[in-house]
Design a protein around this ligand. Structure first.
Ligand code: SF4
Length: 265
């Protein structure tokens, strides 16, 4: 099984030396406590989705572009176009903050563990306040917004990053920015290139829920019982149905073997 390792080493589980409560784990806890517990305490996580390589390519190129302006300490033309009075933040740890499995870290004293999350970018305004920035890419005919319910996860993501940078002693603005790249499908031909409409969407964050969520997640991991499934996810219903079907088959196979054995004697 090259893509999915259903049992990982204990050091990556809650209590292990490599375990961190990452931003995505906090989101999993809010989505389904059972999945969170199975993953972090018992060490079996859901199979990963297939990697979004086109989105990663957009992120990598945006990063290069903003890095040019970070080095020059100039605003990116998109920042000028959308009236944002800031420049990309130059900091010795910026590469670590953007690295998956590293990211911005803060020690959560009450739990005795680290909380972490990898940002896409951080900008700084003329008052010295930091803005958390997230790159997103999509392809839709209509205008991109943050109005869909499924995008609440994007907002929570930004708020966790704001919380993390504040825990590191930075002055952080509630205002974060989503740099959205929207691939056009209304071109006549492809010719080996995608063209994007670019937009920066401001988001006024509120990280006041983060402490409570971390506390609740810790309390969940301290239990000795597996929490119940989420009502909104259908996979556990699928898994239960499969288990029942397998039990029926195993039961009938056993019955058949018993009958065979009786006919032999
Ligand atoms: S309900 Fe869904 S999210 Fe929750 S444990 Fe089952 S599969 Fe995981």
């Amino acid at each position: 099984m090259a893509f999915y390792n259903p049992k990982r080493s204990k050091s990556w589980n809650y209590g292990g030396d490599k375990w961190r409560l990452s931003r995505s784990k906090i989101d999993l806890f809010l989505e389904c406590q059972k999945c969170f517990y199975l993953d972090n305490k018992l060490g079996t996580k859901r199979p990963p989705g297939f990697p979004f390589n086109l989105n990663s390519a957009v992120d990598a190129l945006l990063k290069k572009e903003f890095d040019i302006h970070r080095r020059a300490q100039t605003p990116h033309p998109l920042m000028v176009k959308f009236g944002i009075d800031a420049v990309p933040f130059e900091h010795k740890d910026i590469d670590t903050w953007r690295e998956n499995f590293e990211g911005v870290e803060a020690f959560y004293e009450e739990g005795g563990f680290y909380v972490s999350g990898a940002v896409d970018d951080v900008w700084v305004n003329t008052s010295g306040e930091l803005h958390v920035v997230d790159y997103k890419s999509t392809s839709k005919d209509e205008e991109v917004t943050l109005d869909a319910e499924w995008q609440n996860g994007y907002k929570r993501q930004m708020e966790v990053y704001q919380w993390l940078l504040r825990k590191n002693g930075f002055k952080v603005s509630n205002m974060g920015y989503f740099v959205y790249a929207n691939a056009r499908k209304d071109k006549d031909t492809f010719e080996g290139k995608l063209e994007f409409r670019m937009k920066i969407i401001p988001y006024d964050g509120d990280d006041s829920w983060v402490d409570g969520a971390i506390r609740d997640a810790k309390e969940c991991l301290g239990r000795n019982t597996i929490p119940g499934s989420s009502n909104t996810c259908e996979y556990c219903a699928y898994r239960d149905a499969i288990t029942d079907s397998e039990r029926d088959i195993t039961g009938s196979e056993k019955q058949n073997k018993d009958v065979d054995r009786r006919t032999l004697f």
